[in-house]
Design a protein around this ligand. Structure first.
Ligand SMILES: Nc1ncnc2c1ncn2[C@@H]1O[C@H](COP(=O)(O)OP(=O)(O)OP(=O)(O)O)[C@@H](O)[C@H]1O
Length: 310
């Protein structure tokens, strides 16, 4: 028997007071033990979804079950099963990181003997700042403290809303590393991100939300494999004035005097066909490189298609 999902979201709806329909029947099962990515353009409804999980926004319809607890029937159990790292950085500036974590543990009723303040600060490389005022921390340190704060009650699920927005590359790498290590320890991770590269790197599975609806929910590998376009860059033995034309090309661009970028659909032709077409045109081939389509191509395709269909 497969284990029940970490989070089961069933026909979730949210209409805000002003009439904005932010979620329009979202159903997603988030499997246990995975790193699950929620992607979508600005305003797609990702934060609304996360805020409902966090108990900060009331849903208008549908059901949510977190770690086996129905959000309506067992809200407290549902709440302690999840740790949320919010998008906004908000702390009381007069508390130190250690105090912040102790206070949060107190709010969750974690007994003193089971508190992990120093362990979490160490994991987030904040041990030297344990007793500094929060207001003296850098942006990156504050973000790490938010992650530690979300983990004080050792929830089985950690949700990160845009964890690396506006964060430098080094900190991004550190956060990724920590997220991966938590996941290895068995914590189910849900994250929203604008960075497709981040989702592609980290996530086992990705759901794409657009205008409050799920338009894809696949393993990352399947999703990336859905990209049918491929690009081959070819350097030829003479300057190109007029790009050659062939039925197997979707698009051809001159990107340097002697280099062409040719887009083709890998379900219809292969790189060999493309090269043969160039040679037929009398061009000698000096160098070739191909680029796999990535998640960005798929994402743009799916959101465009969904937009075109209303
Ligand atoms: N409190 C609110 N009252 C009214 N409308 C809201 C409220 N919060 C969000 N919305 C609207 O609901 C829609 C979904 O917003 P949401 O913040 O969930 O999207 P998002 O996918 O998280 O976007 P972003 O990536 O920009 O944070 C948007 O049109 C937004 O303007």
């Amino acid at each position: 028997m497969t284990s029940p999902p970490a989070i089961a979201i069933d026909t979730l709806e949210k209409t805000y007071a002003g009439g904005k329909r932010a979620l329009d029947g979202v159903s997603i099962d988030i499997p246990r033990g995975q790193i699950f990515g929620l992607l979508g353009p600005n305003g797609a409804g990702k934060s609304t979804l996360i805020n409902i999980l966090a108990g900060l926004v009331n849903k208008s319809g549908g059901r949510v079950n977190i770690w086996g607890f129905d959000l309506d029937e067992r809200p407290r159990n549902a709440k302690v099963s999840i740790g949320i790292v919010p998008q906004e950085i908000l702390f009381d500036p007069f508390f130190t990181p250690a105090e912040t974590l102790e206070l949060q543990a107190g709010l969750y009723g974690v007994p003193k003997s089971r508190r992990r303040t120093m362990e979490l600060l160490r994991a987030m490389r904040l041990e030297d700042k344990a007793n500094a005022y929060s207001r003296t921390l850098s942006g990156g340190m504050k973000r790490r403290l938010l992650v530690a704060k979300a983990m004080v009650h050792s929830p089985p699920i950690l949700v990160l809303d845009e964890p690396t927005a506006g964060v430098d590359i080094e900190l991004r790498q550190q956060l990724w590393h920590y997220v991966r290590s938590l996941n290895k320890e068995g914590v189910t991770i849900v994250l929203t991100t604008h960075y497709l590269e981040e989702a592609e790197n980290l996530c086992d599975r990705i759901a794409i939300i657009n205008h409050g609806r799920v338009i894809a929910n696949e393993t990352t590998r399947t999703l990336v494999g859905m990209a049918q376009e491929k690009v081959v860059e070819v350097t030829v033995d003479r300057d190109i004035v007029q790009p050659p034309d062939a039925s197997c090309f979707d698009k051809i661009e001159i990107i340097a005097d002697r280099t062409l970028a040719i887009t083709y659909r890998k379900d219809r032709v292969n790189a060999g066909d493309v090269l043969a077409a160039l040679q037929k045109d009398g061009l000698g081939i000096v160098d070739v490189s191909t680029r796999e389509a990535d998640l960005e191509d798929v994402f743009l395709n799916l959101t465009r298609t969904a937009d075109a269909h209303g």
